[in-house]
Write a protein that binds this ligand. Structure first.
Ligand code: NAP
Length: 246
């Protein structure tokens, strides 16, 4: 990936950070974006001190103007945008549908779904100017099944699949591929809300008998973004320790 530039949102932590570090290991120049400035700057600094190219840009993925600025920053910093990972997300309010607040619903849809549309809109515009690219959207196992207490999160993650499929069909002829990954429960700060008891219960839902690791998701994301996946577009790839097979 020596001459390529990758952009990762939510790259200060968890799956996004592991993905950014793996892109850098493959030789790509990496734009790190997140709300968390210090942690995001630290990831970019780690990549630079290992001899790679990286820069941080603070952006809130739920604000369209900031997503446009982020893509512009990527293009002005490294000259082009070849790969983008729309990863930033939140777990959101946990309540059954009848009890979910309107604010909670709107927030999780804004951060986990609207963000992917805003990201793709500007990433596609940049990629069209340079003859193609690849986008990976981070969904969830909850892109294809429900989970009690997470109506907004689940609806957002299902929506990402529709966005991915539609844009993949629209831009395949222009050499842009778009796919969704569906992680099972991964051991990141996002699971901070779960008690140890709940974590144990969640583990039993994964036939491999453990939570996933961020790097195990990053491996799939970076492969999908790479030219090795040249015939892969419009699809959904779970990486879930067998969760969906049960
Ligand atoms: P994480 O460790 O919490 O990392 C997410 C990063 O995104 C955090 O630095 C977070 O900052 C940032 N972020 C949150 N809202 C943002 C916004 N509006 N604009 C920009 N950045 C924002 O979470 P993760 O587990 O790696 O999750 C990454 C993605 O994987 C998410 O889309 C999540 O839904 C998905 N996923 C995770 C799991 C899992 O079990 N961990 C399973 C399936 C799918 P703050 O710390 O300020 O929130």
């Amino acid at each position: 990936m020596k001459d390529k530039t990758a952009l990762v949102t939510g790259a200060a932590s968890g799956i996004g950070k592991a993905t950014a570090l793996l892109f850098a290991k493959e030789g790509a120049s990496v734009i790190i974006s997140d709300l968390q400035e210090a942690a995001g700057e630290a990831v970019a600094a780690d990549i630079r001190s290992a001899g790679g190219k990286s820069a941080f840009f603070k952006a809130d993925v739920s604000v369209p103007e900031q997503m446009e600025s982020l893509v512009n920053f990527s293009v002005t910093t490294f000259g082009r945008l070849d790969m983008a990972v729309n990863n930033a997300g939140i777990s959101g309010e946990m309540n059954a549908a009848a009890d979910m607040s309107i604010e909670g619903w709107n927030k999780v849809i804004a951060v986990n779904l609207n963000s992917v549309f805003y990201g793709m809109k500007y990433q596609l515009q940049a990629m069209l100017k340079t003859g193609g690219g690849s986008i990976v959207n981070v969904g969830s196992i909850l892109s294809s099944v429900g989970f009690a207490g997470a109506a907004g999160y689940t609806a957002a993650k299902h929506g990402i699949i529709g966005l991915t499929q539609t844009a993949a069909v629209e831009y395949a002829a222009q050499n842009i591929r778009i796919n969704t990954v569906g992680p099972g429960f991964i051991d990141t700060p996002l699971l901070g809300l779960l008690s140890e008891e709940m974590k144990k219960q969640v583990i039993t839902l994964h036939p491999v008998g453990r939570l996933g690791k961020s790097v195990e998701v990053a491996e799939l994301i970076v492969w999908l973004a790479s030219d090795k996946a040249a015939f892969v577009t419009g699809s959904y790839y779970p990486v879930d320790g067998g969760y969906l097979a049960r």
